[in-house]
Design a protein around this ligand. Structure first.
Ligand code: PEP
Length: 249
């Protein structure tokens, strides 16, 4: 079986100004240790100063979104190739906040994911059910539909990471139970393998996201099939983010 190196990814969302973001990036870079990969995803405008702050460190740099075209008349948007040019290696796509705030659907996420791949970026594709869907017993059905719609045909373990983020667990302080997380991660791995090729599931990294913090990270990261975390709130504090990274098995 392939050893999947855990990935601890920080989604800074719409937080930070230049000085505090540089300080945060420097603190994360200084604490980066072996055992897992670290990634920070600042707001787009802060990518250049954060890239400079991370220079020479193993901590990687990512973005929170991209457009599906490589150039053109798309006011306010940023192409995947521009992110690569600015030093990014990853981009988060289909986050539930973008799906909700900007009406992004699976077709759009699939086009963006293909654009990220074409630009040489690793796409972190987010899927997750709402509380209503979970309560209705529709979690796996919802995840299957999102995977089917959001992943382009060129997915490999090298160019794509899946983040399972139950929408109701994001920023809420609530986390899914270990049994639920294990069930959904196994389901994702199986679906991706059956959609693409049986071998792909083995190397595919699947992150858990939703209120991960130092106090629950060890338990969440120990769950079978969890290959790291996508972390929002706790990634804004270097100490917390690094403590989560130190919890990787
Ligand atoms: C996220 O937004 O990806 C996330 C997991 O946020 P939080 O850790 O704050 O729940």
């Amino acid at each position: 079986m392939t050893r999947r190196i855990p990935l601890i990814a920080g989604n800074w969302k719409m937080n930070g100004l230049t000085a505090d973001s540089i300080a945060l990036a420097r603190a994360v870079a200084a604490g980066a240790a072996e055992g897992c990969e670290l990634l920070v995803c600042p707001p787009a405008v802060l990518i250049p100063p954060v890239a400079e702050a991370l220079a020479g460190s193993p901590c990687m740099l990512g973005a929170q979104d991209c457009h599906f075209e490589s150039a053109g008349a798309h006011t306010g948007d940023i192409a995947a190739v521009m992110l690569a040019d600015a030093g990014c290696s990853h981009v988060i796509l289909g986050h539930s906040e973008r799906r909700a705030d900007h009406g992004e659907d699976d077709d759009l996420v699939r086009a963006k994911t293909a654009a990220a791949h074409a630009a040489g970026l690793v796409a972190i594709v987010c899927v997750g059910e709402t509380l209503a869907e979970r309560d209705a017993g529709r979690t796996l059905e919802r995840i299957s539909a999102q995977l089917e719609g959001s992943l382009p045909s060129d997915v490999t373990p090298g160019n794509t990471v899946i983040a399972y983020e139950p929408v109701w667990a994001i920023g809420s302080g609530r986390t899914a139970t270990p049994e639920d997380v294990a069930e959904v991660h196994a389901h994702i791995r199986g679906r991706v393998a059956s959609k693409f090729s049986p071998g792909i599931g083995d190397g595919l990294r699947i992150l858990y996201g939703g209120s991960m913090k130092p106090s629950n990270a060890e338990a969440l990261l120990a769950i079978d099939g969890v290959d790291g975390g996508l972390i929002g709130g706790a990634s804004l504090h270097a100490e917390d983010f690094l403590a989560i990274a130190a919890s990787c098995p």
